[in-house]
Design a protein around this ligand. Structure first.
Ligand code: HEM
Length: 460
């Protein structure tokens, strides 16, 4: 049967529904359209039909890996110009995905990530020392310092490479080049072919930026080949030595470049964005911040943090989960049906349609999260709250085989960051009446959110 028509906004000649999307903040348009057209609607994006699902019931269905799979479309597909067949943007049928997935899932697993503790502490200490020396009057840009932190953590933990971002007054060039490329790929995604062809100057600039970033990755690999480190089992060594049991193949040099670039892209902006959101929510909801302080004081007191403390910081972990629920850095997960099928029992979808899971809709569905779903309340995850959630209710790290490989690394990094900062500092908003403003690139995060920090009394 044909099923029922999927609601959609009126189309315009030639550009279909492209005009519905704000070119600099497409996700905000997706959210607004969901308010108008409901939990399922479609958009004609000229090259494909895009279906957006926004409640738990439909999203739970589309998470079924037997019927649906990741679709690399839109902004992710445009990113392939830079990170090609790296894990994040490889197509499901590319050999490189399986080779890398099998080799790297254990290398990013909880046991390996535990061993990264002292490297994470090395970087955190640099940040804390810097903040200490700034003193209480200096505005600290959460964006800049958490970007530095996230970059340095991946560099050191995954490749034993130091970007030394805290030693530079400006953000490291890689970070700026990447944001330029993300802005340009984002714009290219929501333009027609003709508009893109006309934008050749911005394309040249984009390729210059990409070449500089590839060089950073190639230099890291060349350095390791020239100076082998048989003493470490980091991600880079795993890639240099892996032999895949299924295909018998290893990683090619070219693919290692794209994987390195992938980890830097997928791993810095997301973690940094989550840390900014988390500080934003805690400062806006002072009772939750007080609970974090109380937990850090009870678990650590004045003693240095150890790896064994990390799993004991349950409230901080819940606050991190709550920040990721409320509004995480990734707003849409894009999938497609493996075969023509019906969703919600009545809407027909084809494999050529992309189906985007609207995570804001999922994470604020009152049917799952209750009437207080628009409040920041970490306690909802405690005392069995996490265990009581229905399947596929909390998806900030994506779903299925293509879910985030860096989840354990990110979670450990964020909890350590919170503990280190709160053990030492009273944290305040630099602008006490700051209202949330979102900056949107590949990810979303609070824009221009600055803090001030001063030593807690008796904590020197
Ligand atoms: C995939 C979120 C941190 C590396 C994903 C996906 C999401 C996500 C939603 C799935 C994307 C999709 O379905 O299209 C996050 C969040 C993070 C985070 C919220 C931080 C809080 C990291 C870190 C790394 C990383 C630190 C790096 C080391 C990756 C990779 C993939 C991925 C390689 C692709 C996996 C695959 O397709 O096989 N992430 N991520 N992420 N993430 Fe993360």
């Amino acid at each position: 049967t044909e099923g029922e028509p999927i609601p959609h906004p009126p189309e315009r000649w030639f550009i279909g529904n492209l005009g519905e999307l704000d070119p600099d903040f497409a996700v905000s348009s997706i959210w607004k359209l969901a308010d108008v057209y409901g939990p399922i609607y479609s958009l004609n994006l000229v090259t494909r039909r895009s279906i957006i699902v926004s409640n738990w019931e439909l999203i739970n269905e589309v998470c079924d890996d037997k019927r649906f799979e990741k679709a690399v479309t839109g902004v992710q597909d445009s990113l392939r110009v830079f990170i090609k067949n790296g894990l994040f943007t490889s197509y499901n049928d590319e050999d490189e995905w399986g080779i890398a997935h099998r080799a790297l899932v254990p290398a990013f697993g909880p046991l390996h990530v535990r061993k990264m503790f002292s490297q994470m502490m090395d970087i955190m200490s640099q940040m804390v020392l810097r903040w200490d020396r700034f003193g209480p009057n200096r505005r600290i840009s959460c964006h800049d310092d958490f970007t530095r932190l996230a970059f340095d953590v991946i560099g050191l933990c995954a490749f034993n490479y130091r970007f030394n971002a805290f030693y530079a007054e400006e953000l490291i060039p890689f970070a700026n080049q990447l944001s330029q490329v993300l802005i340009e790929t984002g714009r290219r995604t929501n333009r027609t072919e003709i508009q893109n062809a006309l934008a050749f100057l911005s394309k040249k600039e984009m390729m210059d930026n990409i070449n500089s970033m590839w060089k950073v990755c190639d230099d890291i690999v060349a350095d390791r080949r020239a100076n082998p480190r048989p003493d470490v089992d980091d991600i880079l060594n795993v890639m240099l030595s892996a032999k895949d049991p299924v295909t018998g193949k290893g990683f090619t040099d070219e693919n290692i470049r794209y994987q390195l670039a992938t980890f830097l892209v997928a791993g810095h902006d997301t973690s940094a964005g989550t840390m900014i959101f988390l500080f934003y929510h805690l400062l806006k909801n002072p009772e939750t911040l007080q609970k974090c302080y109380a937990e850090v004081d009870a678990v650590l007191g004045d003693r240095p943090l150890t790896m064994d403390d990390v799993p004991k910081l349950k409230y901080i972990e819940a606050a991190m989960k709550e920040a990721l629920r409320f509004l995480g850095p990734i707003s849409l997960i894009t999938r497609r049906a493996k075969e023509t099928t019906m969703i919600g029992g009545k809407y027909k979808v084809e494999p050529t349609d992309s189906i985007s899971l609207n995570l804001k809709g999922l994470h604020h569905d009152p049917a799952v999260w209750g009437e207080d779903c628009d409040e920041f309340r970490p306690d909802r995850f405690l005392n069995g709250g996490w265990e009581r959630l229905p399947p596929n209710a909390w998806k900030p790290f994506g779903t299925g085989a293509r879910a985030c490989i860096g989840r354990y690394l990110a979670e450990q990094e964020i909890i350590i960051c919170m503990a280190m900062v709160l053990q030492r500092f009273v944290v305040e908003m630099a602008d006490p009446d700051y209202e949330l403003k979102i900056k949107s690139t590949l990810t979303i995060k609070p824009d221009e959110f600055d803090i001030k920090v001063r030593r807690r009394p008796g904590k020197d």
